[in-house]
Design a binder for this molecule. Structure first.
Ligand SMILES: Cc1cc2nc3c(=O)[nH]c(=O)nc-3n(C[C@H](O)[C@H](O)[C@H](O)COP(=O)(O)O)c2cc1C
Length: 332
């Protein structure tokens, strides 16, 4: 029998103390307004998500051109701050630490929704989203997107959140840069791993400079594309090491071009999570069918992961973790 109470242990990162080792994984639920503002319905859902010490708010688009599907949150303009601010208040009232995941979908953007062409490192079909052929980004446009991430992070901070998470998994723009399957560039943003990770590292460094040290900076890194010829776990671990040097506070983990749901079964990403955890010193968040308490406790106890993130269980039942914690308290 593992020591389940380890899941209830506090963890402090900088000035932020997490009340337990559970996180609400970011998952978009298409409940924002048509123009991407936080709605009362969305606030009510987050209010019900009691339990996890960390709430990672679902992907928010840094630009219209990078919106993935309808009724997702935007953080592309100051008008978005007011609704996000209400969400931050609700999360804090629940005694939780809140961060917002910021994203650009690149070639996975919905062009019918955005009314704009999709852009990507190279003009190739994304093997994950399989949407239309995107336009290859110029270097000037890459720099513009870099600034959009920085501006979005500043809006998240202005809204009163505790931190921001840069989305670099599941086939979206930054994943497209990292993957040799979608990045065929021959300039400083393509080719070697150093070049393919350049945009992510530049964004990380610039966001840190903009938000300062007292604000949590997370990256959700797709460590392995799960596709032949794609980013490998070893390459993913090297990027994680570079991110640590660039000053991230926590590493959130997942898969690269393909989403983790293509794998099935309890703790399906466990090997990947354990491997990267052995390569970095910052706290690591893992997800992927981790609702079994004993498996989760075993992973934390063995030092394979620091936070257990749950997605679909919370989607089905918003207070899933609150009940799980009661169960742990009654059984230890
Ligand atoms: C409907 C849905 C939407 C998702 N949206 C996001 C997202 O916005 N950002 C993200 O990083 N992951 C997203 N994910 C992936 C989840 O964060 C999580 O990694 C995945 O569901 C595996 O965890 P689980 O087995 O606990 O559900 C989404 C998953 C689902 C099911």
């Amino acid at each position: 029998m593992t020591n389940r109470s380890i899941l209830l242990a506090n963890l402090t990162v900088k000035n932020f103390t997490f009340q337990n080792r559970y996180a609400c994984a970011p998952f978009d639920i298409a409940t924002a307004s048509e123009d991407g503002l936080v709605t009362e319905e969305l606030l009510s859902i987050y209010e019900q998500r009691k339990g996890p010490g960390l709430i990672i708010v679902e992907q928010a688009a840094v630009a219209r051109q990078g919106q993935y599907r309808e009724r997702l949150i935007y953080v592309d303009r100051d008008e978005c701050i007011e609704g996000l601010s209400k969400m931050a208040d609700i999360i804090h009232k629940n005694n939780q630490i809140g961060v917002v995941q910021i994203n650009h979908a690149g070639s996975a953007a919905d062009i019918n929704l955005t009314g704009m062409e999709a852009v990507a490192p190279s003009a190739v079909v994304n093997p994950g989203s399989k949407r239309s052929v995107p336009r290859e980004l110029t270097v000037d446009k890459i720099h513009e997107i870099r600034k959009q991430f920085v501006d979005a992070a500043l809006r998240v901070k202005k809204a009163g959140f505790d931190g921001v998470e840069i989305h670099n998994c599941h086939g979206f723009l930054l994943t497209q840069f990292l993957s040799p399957l979608t990045n065929l560039r021959t300039d400083e943003y393509g080719g070697s791993l150093e070049n393919r990770s350049r945009l992510l590292l530049e964004i990380t460094t610039e966001v840190r400079e903009a938000v300062g040290e007292d604000f949590l900076l997370l990256v959700r890194l797709g460590l392995d594309d799960l596709l032949p010829g794609g980013l490998t776990l070893e390459e993913g671990c090297k990027v994680a090491e570079m991110l640590e040097k660039a000053g991230i506070d926590m590493l959130d983990t997942s898969s690269g071009i393909l989403p983790p749901m293509v794998l099935k079964g309890p703790a399906m990403l466990r090997d990947m999570i354990r491997t990267v955890k052995s390569r970095v010193n910052v706290p690591v968040i893992g997800a992927g069918e981790l609702e079994n308490i004993d498996i989760a406790a075993d992973m934390v106890e063995k030092g394979e992961v620091d936070f257990i993130a749950l997605g679909r269980p919370i989607l089905k039942q918003p207070n899933f973790v609150e009940e799980l914690i009661e169960k742990i308290k009654n059984q230890v």
